[in-house]
Write a protein that binds this ligand. Sequence first.
Ligand code: CA
Length: 226
Amino acid sequence: MPHILIIEDERDLAELLAFNLQQAGYATTLAHDGAAGLALALAAPPDLILLDLMLPGLLGTEVCRRLRQNRETAAVPVLMLTARGEETDRVAGFEVGADDYVVKPFSVREVVLRVKALLRRSGEGEPAGQILRIGTLTIDTERHRVTADGNDIELTALEFRLLLTLAERRGRVQSRDGLLQDVWGYHYSGDTRTVDTHITRLRTKLGSAGEFIHTVRGFGYKLDAP
Ligand code: CA
């Protein structure tokens, strides 16, 4: 049974989320402030974390940053709960490594769907033992290991999926909507800026190999080496 850690200071909301996730077949643990949530996550890494942005003490962005710095929790999917739909909140969440976000007030059903999509993506079996080489970039699909110019690149589970999806379709342009569907698991039209923000972060992490990801204006992205 996948285990979900809910870090949310609004107790009613946290309990409502826990109840609905349990109904959907997940085990849940609750924390009501950032420090307690971080401690729980590091002590026993969950399969996914629901993380409120505005938390007393340690902010959600700081919790996320520290989760990403720790080897045990670096790849755990994080779904950020933001109070406003403001661009700054969304970008702040992505910059520290969140995989997805929902804006309050959200429907609990929506959250459960996003959780399912993120877990499906992170746990889905890639072709075993395959090593993809694109220029100076290597992707070990079995060990989830990526190197660029011989340097190890630390990616979140979602960033890995995004890179792998582009790499498996090398040289072919992928639309933003298509990537949302294939990488995030959305079966409806979502916010395609989510894709743009993650591409930007992926490029930065890949260093000079980031140039292999080409923007195809007005359509999407493709990965190819010169
Ligand atoms: Ca809050």
